[in-house]
Design a protein. Structure first.
Length: 280
């Protein structure tokens, strides 16, 4: 009881503290009295599982992130952002040097914001607004230009199209462990029969389990997962040949064809668009 009272007192004292005008610690995006805050963070490594009271748009202006929750993983290359709802536990893995810009949004600030994770396209307008928001103090004026910038950020997040950069993860314990081992080395071939044998299951049982757990059959999941995992290597500067071999493709042309089929552009064009995003 005494410990609980002390914790309650400490929380009240923290709430009374006026936030610094500029503080790069992400938690401070939740201490501002304003409903929206934008912070710049350049993490030095992976961020372990945690959660925030506020919802977040995490935007990569450099590098690739993989944001994981109990529901799956979302790959966030440059020029894209991932929306993480309020109080959702998540961890972030970094591919190389990552520079992040994070928008913290108070719960209830906008009814139309998603209640599930999703990767969105960050338009040139939204990117410019985020950069403007970073320059504002956390206790910006509640009216006038700063407030309008933050309102426009919310407008753009609501309107942004969702992108197919999601890899659903199974919750079944044995299957989840097997999937994580494959993600650590995606050059391994995948087949229903081989996985069933390794998991000591009947292939039909595994097929039904995989669809029930992820909403996708194993073949479709495998194609989506290895393609999205390849984005991190491409961003790090690996050649298309290196990426194709590291992710189990028979040739660079097979990788490029799958990349274009799934993402609409060849790898070279996709990464050029990412490089333009990083330059802003």
């Amino acid at each position: 009881m005494i410990v609980a009272l002390r914790r309650h007192k400490n929380r009240r004292e923290m709430d009374k503290q006026k936030p610094a005008a500029i503080d790069l610690k992400p938690v401070h995006g939740e201490r501002t009295p304003r409903p929206v805050a934008v912070l710049a963070t350049d993490p030095e490594g992976d961020i372990p599982q945690h959660r925030h009271r506020r919802g977040q748009l995490i935007h990569a202006i450099h590098g690739v992130m993989m944001v994981s929750t109990a529901q799956g993983s979302w790959v966030v290359p440059p020029g894209r952002g991932v929306w993480v709802p309020s109080r959702m536990s998540h961890e972030i893995r970094m591919a190389g040097e990552v520079r992040m810009r994070t928008v913290f949004v108070e719960p209830g600030a906008r009814i139309g914001l998603p209640d599930t994770c999703r990767v969105i396209e960050v338009s040139e307008l939204l990117r410019a607004l985020i950069l403007e928001g970073v320059a504002l103090p956390l206790d910006y004026a509640a009216e006038g230009r700063p407030a309008r910038i933050m309102e426009l950020i919310l407008d753009e997040i609501e309107a942004a199209p969702a992108l197919a950069l999601h890899v659903p993860m199974p919750r079944h314990a044995r299957l989840a462990r097997h999937v994580r081992r494959w993600i650590a080395d995606p050059s391994q071939p995948v087949s229903l029969e081989a996985w069933a044998q390794q998991l000591h299951m009947n292939p039909r049982t595994l097929a039904r389990l995989f669809v029930r757990e992820t909403g996708m059959n194993l073949g479709a999941w495998y194609r989506q997962a290895r393609l999205l995992l390849s984005l991190a290597r491409l961003t790090e500067g690996a050649s298309i040949l290196e990426v194709a071999l590291a992710h189990g493709y028979e040739s660079p042309s097979a990788f490029a064809a799958m990349f274009r089929r799934q993402l609409g552009v060849p790898p070279s064009q996709y990464m050029r668009s990412g490089a333009r995003s990083e330059a802003t």
